[in-house]
Design a protein around this ligand. Structure first.
Ligand SMILES: [Zn+2]
Length: 315
């Protein structure tokens, strides 16, 4: 779908959710995100073909953040078009470059203490090991044409190196999965999975940053296109969700002085939110763990010594 002149949203479905990549065609051709391993061959290249663009015409590919549905196609693109430069946020580089590192350090690093994680059978979706040609830390500008550029924004919270792209000329922001509302929707309506931000204070500062940016239209990795008031509501709902988590977690710990495990806290939060599908609850491990880390730093909770799985209680 052409969003506005020279800018395209490439769309497919992944696990019932929309999965979007964005293509900018000016003096340079820039692709934002590459989907899962099969997305370039099945979706991105055929779409470019309709525009009479060859994969070899891609100047730059930007992976907004370390996740299998955003980085999985990097290897397929580089194999087809070796001259295309691959890039991502510097702080996500190790995770984006290697699916095994992604699973070890992002999806399964809580398994040992908390018995939660993502099955290794999903690893092929993340594609193959592929080095980045460059990395961004935010503040860079990518030229698309005279008076038209993409500004690279560093918007961490969901991951440390998360990037967004801002087209100031058109007041359009391409934010990947930087903002979560109260979950990620199914394409057909309703929620598909919980919020998966991780670093809570950093996430809140990213929300504030977006509120200060002049954005007429917001494009993301999975959420519907949003304009003005809808953007404000989405960010407000994101902040309210953070507040709800803290409230529910502290209330439940108060009722359970012996402590609660990560899975028990996920259940409490999921029941309070009310409409995350039950088979997706485990994905709230990131956000709930992020809240527990923050509450621990604030001195409000502490670990129960020797507990397995690990439990927290009020401090
Ligand atoms: Zn995503």
């Amino acid at each position: 779908m052409e969003l506005y002149p020279g800018v395209y949203q490439i769309s497919s479905l992944f696990g019932g959710r929309n999965l979007f990549q964005y293509l900018f065609v000016g003096d340079n051709a820039v692709l934002v995100d590459t989907g899962i391993a099969e997305t370039p061959g099945k979706v991105i290249f055929p779409y470019m073909d309709q525009l009479e663009l060859k994969p070899q015409g891609l100047t730059l590919v930007i992976t907004t953040h370390a996740d299998l549905d955003h980085q999985g196609g990097n290897d397929a693109i580089k194999r087809t078009s070796p001259q295309t430069w691959l890039s991502c946020g510097e702080a996500d580089r190790a995770l984006v470059e290697d699916p095994k590192t992604l699973f070890d350090l992002r999806y399964n690093h809580l398994r040992k203490d908390h018995d939660v994680g993502l099955d290794l059978e999903f690893m092929p979706l993340a594609g193959k090991t592929r080095r980045m040609d460059l990395s961004f830390s935010g503040g860079e500008k990518i030229r698309l044409g005279d008076g038209w550029e993409l500004e690279v924004l560093h918007v961490p919270g969901h991951s440390h190196g998360h990037l967004a792209l801002y087209d100031r000329k058109n007041k359009a922001a391409f934010v990947g999965d930087a903002i979560h509302g109260r979950g990620c929707p199914k394409a057909a309506g309703g929620l598909a999975i919980p919020v998966t931000y991780y670093y809570v204070d950093i996430y809140l500062s990213t929300l504030r940053y977006f509120e200060g940016l002049e954005i007429d239209v917001l494009y993301s990795g999975h959420w519907p296109v949003m304009r003005r008031e809808a953007i404000r509501d989405f960010i407000a709902e994101s902040r309210q969700t953070v507040e709800l988590f803290d409230r529910v977690i502290l209330q439940n710990l108060e009722r359970n002085p012996a402590g609660l495990s990560l899975q028990q806290l996920i259940e409490a939060v999921a029941n309070a939110v009310g409409d995350w599908p039950k088979d997706s609850w485990a994905l709230a491990m990131f956000s709930v763990k992020g809240h527990m880390d923050r509450l621990e730093q604030l001195g409000k909770v502490r670990g129960v010594p020797g507990s397995r799985p690990f439990k927290w209680q009020l401090a």
